[in-house]
Every structure is written in C-alpha cells, then in structure tokens.
Design a binder for this molecule. Structure first.
Ligand SMILES: NC(=O)c1ccc[n+]([C@@H]2O[C@H](COP(=O)([O-])OP(=O)(O)OC[C@H]3O[C@@H](n4cnc5c(N)ncnc54)[C@H](O)[C@@H]3O)[C@@H](O)[C@H]2O)c1
Length: 357
C-alpha cells in the first residue's frame, strides 16, 4: 500500500481540530472519504477539505476499496457499530474515546479488530503531551521508585451551558467521567498499573442545561487501589467556576513514589515538577528536546500552539503503525480496559460499594 486512504466518520469538532491537521502531516496519506449523519456538517466538511466522496451512511464508506483506515469521531453510542463494520471490511480503526457505552461493547470492538488482523487505536490524545511521554519514561526507568500514590484533578468551568449529545446518557453513556476522566484513567493504567478496585461518586448538579434535560454526571470523585498496591484519588468537574476551560484550566497528575514525586500539568507541556525523597520540595524539571515530538514525527514543535499541536502526533502514530505493520501504542484494548473502570465507577456510584475491576 503506497498511499494510505483514510475515511473520517463524524466531521464535527474533534475531526476538524485534531484529526484533519494530524493527517495532513502524514506522508503519503490521503483523506479519501467523509461521513457525517448530518448533511449540513457533511457539506461543510466537503467544502473545507475538497474530498468529493461523501455519505451520511457509514456502511457506504467502510466498504470502499480506496479506504484503508477509518477514524471514528461520532457521539460515543455509535462508535461500536462503525468500528465493527470497518474492521469486518478489513479497515484499520482509530476510534475516539470513550469507546462505547459499556465494557462488553468496547471489548467486542477490540476483539473484532484483532480477528480482522487490522491495526487499531483508541484516541487517548493526552498520552502525546511531551511532558506525559517524559513522565512515562522516568517512571518506567524507576526514578519514582515504588509507586505509592496516583492523583489526578481535572477542573473546568463549563457553567450550565448546553452540551448537545454529551448531556444525553443514551448517546454519551456518562458525562464527566467518560468525557474527561477517561484520559486520566488511561494515564493511571499507563503510569501505575491496572486498577484493582474502586469506590466512586458521580453527581449531576445541573439536571437542565440550556433548557434541555441533562442526565449525565458533571462531577466525579474516585478512590482506587491498583494491582501493584498503589492507591489513587481522582476528581473531575465541569463546574469549577472561574478556573477557565480546555487546556487553560487545571489538569494535574501527580505520582508519589518511594524515591521521588513527579507532577504534570497539561498546560505546562514542556515541564514536570520533581521532588526527591527527603528533599526541600518540588522544582521544575524541563523536558529534554527529544521528547518534544513523538519519535519519527515530522512535526515541527515550534509551529503552532504547543497545547494543540501535540495532538497531531496521534494521527502520526496511527499511520506509522499501519505502515510498520505493528500494534498502535494505544490499542482498542486500552480503551476497553478504561471502559471497564468507567463501568465499575458507575456501578459503585449506584450502590455506594467498592467494586472490583
Ligand atoms: N480525544 C480527545 O481529546 C477528544 C476531544 C473531543 C472529543 N472527543 C471525542 O470525539 C467524539 C466526537 O466528539 P466531537 O466533539 O467531535 O463531537 P461533535 O458533536 O462536534 O461531532 C460529532 C459528529 O458526529 C456526527 N454523527 C452522529 N452520528 C453519526 C453517525 N451515525 N454516523 C456519522 N456521523 C455521525 C454528528 O453529526 C457530528 O457532526 C466523541 O466520542 C468525543 O468524546 C475526543
């Protein structure tokens, strides 16, 4: 395969902000087809990209011979049928997070992709933040020693504005936990170990947003134990008034180990905080330049807003994995395991009990 033909299914926010510019950096890769259930959105994407093959039906798109890979960026409820149809037609799959509305569906997506022998990936985009890749490098090298605690806190000020499909459980599955905490659940698995058990609370403070019913959580708190004995505390909110939002609001991850503590704030893409056991406190640890982009990425880290452009390395990883015929660094199984944690948190919030993963 010389040129990799990619179809985009779902042409809304994240496709325009992330997938299209990421693919534009990939050598010998072409967007050959677009799909969106909404004809106005589809027409806008057609005009913006100049891609002439368009359909409102993903079944028409995933069966095309010129499509080798499918990127799925629709509301969460329709990820599974699209991913499974694409895999069954032998297409490589990159799917947005959270993968599905429950673990069984997410696992079925990963299993179907394995069965079809295609490359598959979950869009846990924040793994590509340079500071996160450096933190993973240091932790794997043992610099933190034995890990005692994992802590993550994601706060945004979204007020009571409307969230569209994101405020409907039937389409989104969950609210804040799937939308925002899913990335931090993935960090925990990536940096610490698999979750063993957890207890959680999911709260809906805004049953009406912009005049429409909201049946999803806008705050989540979670206490966890990991397989390796570490403990974790995680919080995420859309209602932290006044703290700003997106990459400009607090998004902190901290690891405390027997040798050192490290913390990471997404807004500081090129710096960690580091403190040695018994030392005077945390201080800045700059990220070495070789971590500024994914190895092999053609991206120039001095071009564009670094709080946005790191995201483009995700498409590069997907396309490189296809070319090199290797697993993607974050597979659909990673997305499914994060989904198992989300399911356990929902179960715990409903019963008030600790839940084993
Ligand atoms: N990885 C990240 O950092 C990140 C960031 C934002 C969004 N996301 C995820 O990306 C996905 C999309 O989010 P978004 O913000 O782009 O939403 P969006 O609402 O802006 O876009 C979704 C698009 O999917 C279309 N759609 C709905 N049903 C469809 C179907 N059956 N077939 C084809 N198209 C369909 C809608 O018409 C819409 O245009 C979600 O799963 C979300 O959680 C991930």
């Amino acid at each position: 395969m010389k040129t990799i033909g990619v179809a985009l299914v779902g042409c809304g926010g994240i496709t325009l902000q992330n997938h299209l510019p990421g693919l534009a950096l990939c050598a010998e890769t072409k967007v050959v087809a677009l799909c969106d259930a909404d004809s106005v959105t589809l027409e806008r994407a057609r005009q913006q990209t100049g891609v002439s093959v368009v359909s409102t039906d993903f079944n028409e798109i995933v069966k095309r011979d010129d499509v080798h890979a499918v990127i799925i960026a629709t509301p969460n409820s329709v990820h599974p049928p699209i991913a499974i149809a694409a895999a069954r037609h032998g297409k490589h799959v990159l799917c947005e997070k959270p993968l599905a509305l429950n673990y069984a569906d997410a696992k079925a997506m990963a299993d179907e992709a394995d069965k079809a022998g295609v490359r598959h990936m979950t869009a846990f985009t924040y793994r590509f933040v340079p500071a996160m890749r450096y933190l993973h490098h240091l932790i794997s090298r043992g610099d933190a020693g034995k890990i005692y605690h994992y802590r993550s806190c994601r706060l945004q000020d979204w007020g009571t504005r409307g969230l569209g499909w994101r405020q409907r459980k039937a389409l989104a599955g969950t609210g804040e936990i799937g939308d925002m905490l899913s990335h931090r659940i993935d960090f925990a698995r990536h940096l610490v170990s698999e979750f063993k058990r957890l207890v959680s609370s999911l709260v809906n403070h805004t049953p009406v947003r912009d005049g429409q019913a909201n049946d999803t959580d806008d705050w989540v708190g979670l206490l966890a134990e990991f397989e390796n004995g570490a403990t974790g505390v995680m919080e995420s909110s859309k209602l932290a008034s006044g703290v700003n939002e997106s990459m400009r609001s607090p998004d902190r991850v901290e690891i405390n180990g027997s040798e050192a503590s490290f913390s990471f704030t997404t807004g500081c893409w090129n710096e960690l905080q580091y403190g040695k056991v018994g030392g005077p406190g945390m201080k800045a640890l700059p990220i070495p330049r070789e971590f500024y982009v994914l190895p092999g990425s053609p991206r120039d880290p001095s071009v564009g807003d670094p709080l946005v452009s790191f995201r483009y390395d995700q498409a590069i990883e997907f396309i490189h994995a296809i070319r090199e015929q290797r697993s993607c660094s974050i597979t659909l199984h990673d997305g499914a395991r994060a989904q198992a944690v989300i399911d356990a948190a929902v179960n715990s919030a409903n019963t008030g009990a600790w839940v084993k993963i």
